[in-house]
Design a protein around this ligand. Structure first.
Ligand SMILES: O=c1[nH]cnc2c1ncn2[C@@H]1O[C@H](COP(=O)(O)OP(=O)(O)O)[C@@H](O)[C@H]1O
Length: 246
């Protein structure tokens, strides 16, 4: 009897997995579009950095491309009067449970900058006439060998007094509550115990190479030094040392 039950359960499970893998357009629970395969878990070693020439080459530009953006404001205000995060950096909680940056896939016939500004309007309700991403804001591009996708990354600095307005306005974006479940600020400091703050933030699950994009940008934008990033990475607690609910 027990074997019968197990085999029935396995049959049901494989049927469900097949159903989830196909895209019938029926967007019910556990059933996403065919492009969702790009968002499945990845490892750092599948990403190679692209040179400027490679980015513009026919070989890579004809592949699936996606663009994402870090919105940030430099600041010199301490948190709790103690920690100095140096900048407010925005990320978002995505529909799939991962943390990532606003942005998305480049549609066919669209250029990368147009796609990114369109996505920033859709996901953040960002006033792209005031805060427009241009080629000058490019930080880095990677190619994922496993998913055959090019991921281009940009960073846009806004005045300190505007960042909160941008966060508030994002609540009325077209995608808020569906693709985007909330904008979050990155805690860019390490607390007295040496692990809470940024090291613990880095234990979350990040989409694609967004964790890598965050660290590269912080260094490139001179928000954190190489030594500071190294000491944060050395302090990242393992999952077993982070708090759980039970
Ligand atoms: O913040 C990010 N950084 C790097 N790659 C990302 C990020 N967010 C998503 N991706 C990758 O880009 C692909 C498409 O992005 P996204 O899910 O934002 O597209 P969409 O809004 O057009 O559906 C994802 O499946 C994932 O592989």
């Amino acid at each position: 009897m027990i074997f019968y039950r197990i085999s029935r359960h396995l049959k049901w499970k494989s049927g469900l997995l097949k159903k989830m893998a196909s895209d019938t357009g029926d967007r019910t629970w556990g059933h996403l579009a065919s492009t969702e395969s790009y968002g499945r878990p990845s490892t750092a070693d599948e990403y190679t950095e692209l040179t400027k020439e490679e980015i513009n080459s026919e070989h890579y530009s004809s592949k699936t491309n996606a663009c994402h953006c870090l919105l940030f404001a430099r600041k010199n205000k301490k948190t709790f009067g103690v920690y100095n995060p140096r900048a407010t950096v925005l990320m978002q909680m995505r529909f799939d449970g991962y943390i990532g940056f606003p942005g998305g896939l480049v549609d066919s016939g669209e250029d990368q900058i147009t796609a990114l500004n369109r996505e920033l309007l859709e996901e953040m309700n960002l006033d792209t006439s005031t805060y427009k991403v241009t080629e000058e804001n490019h930080i880095v591009s990677h190619y994922s060998t496993k998913k055959n996708i090019c991921l281009h990354f940009y960073a846009l600095e806004v005045p300190e007094e505007d960042i909160k307005k941008i966060e508030v306005k994002s609540l009325s974006s077209k995608d808020h509550g569906s693709e985007v479940l909330g904008v979050i600020q990155v805690p860019l400091y390490t607390m007295g115990d040496g692990v809470r703050g940024f090291p613990t933030f880095l234990t979350h699950s990040f989409i694609g190479n967004s964790r890598m994009q965050l660290l590269i940008s912080l260094k490139k934008l001179n928000i954190l030094t190489e030594d500071e990033i190294t000491s944060v990475l050395n302090a990242v607690p393992t999952k077993t040392t982070t708090a759980t609910s039970s």
